[in-house]
Design a protein around this ligand. Structure first.
Ligand code: AR6
Length: 175
């Protein structure tokens, strides 16, 4: 298989309405749900996702999914074959955690490759409850995708509001 550099596309909207091979969840390390994207994915995707998350906690991830790592489950009733759960870092003023945020994107794409996914929808990981400033998160996310060694053909960032959409658009334009 030849390696392709993914096309980066931007959409403003709700990630749970997307049609893609895989949808990335901005989860927490418990894998057992939460608010924001995580809450919406479990709500719309249905209980099969949580059942697989519980099974992961009972097997490989007894201590939870580490920050910066990624793992897949079914996508339940979402318009996708898989949900790829990743745990973003909580923003810190004192400590540079950008490598972990880049890792979320890289590891999610690695899992997507293992699944044979060609289109992957990402939210703006860490920019909600985890407090990461949007412009900086956009820079890290776009750079990580551009540098990834992946067979994924389309990475679609699904941005919930105008500020997020503008930050990602600006980053793509300027790099
Ligand atoms: N579709 C697309 N983007 C969304 C949606 C949606 N349906 N809902 C929110 N956003 P967050 P985090 C945007 O908080 O910062 C959860 O409780 C939102 O405006 O979902 O990584 C988890 O369980 C923001 O820009 O993820 C964790 O505990 C971005 O998605 C924690 O929050 C990410 O916001 C993870 O925090």
């Amino acid at each position: 298989m030849t390696q392709v550099v993914p096309d980066i596309t931007l959409v403003r909207g709700d990630i749970t309405e997307q049609h893609a091979d895989a949808i990335v969840n901005a989860a927490n390390s418990s894998l057992l749900g939460g608010g924001g994207v995580d809450g919406a994915i479990h709500r719309r995707g249905g209980p099969e996702i949580l059942a697989e998350c519980r099974a992961l906690r009972a097997s490989h991830y007894g201590k939870g999914l580490p920050t910066g790592a990624a793992v897949a489950t079914t996508a339940g009733r979402l318009h996708a074959a898989h949900v790829i759960h990743t745990v973003g870092p909580v923003w810190s003023r004192e400590e540079d955690r950008s490598a972990l945020l880049a890792s979320c994107h890289r590891e999610a794409l690695k899992v997507a490759d293992q699944l044979g996914a060609r289109t992957v929808a990402f939210p703006a990981i860490s920019t909600g409850a985890y407090g990461w400033p949007m412009a900086d998160a956009a820079r890290i996310a776009v750079e990580a995708v551009r540098d990834a060694n992946t067979h994924v053909e389309e990475v679609r960032f699904v941005l919930f509001d105008e500020e997020a959409y503008r930050a990602f658009a600006e980053r793509i334009r300027s790099s």
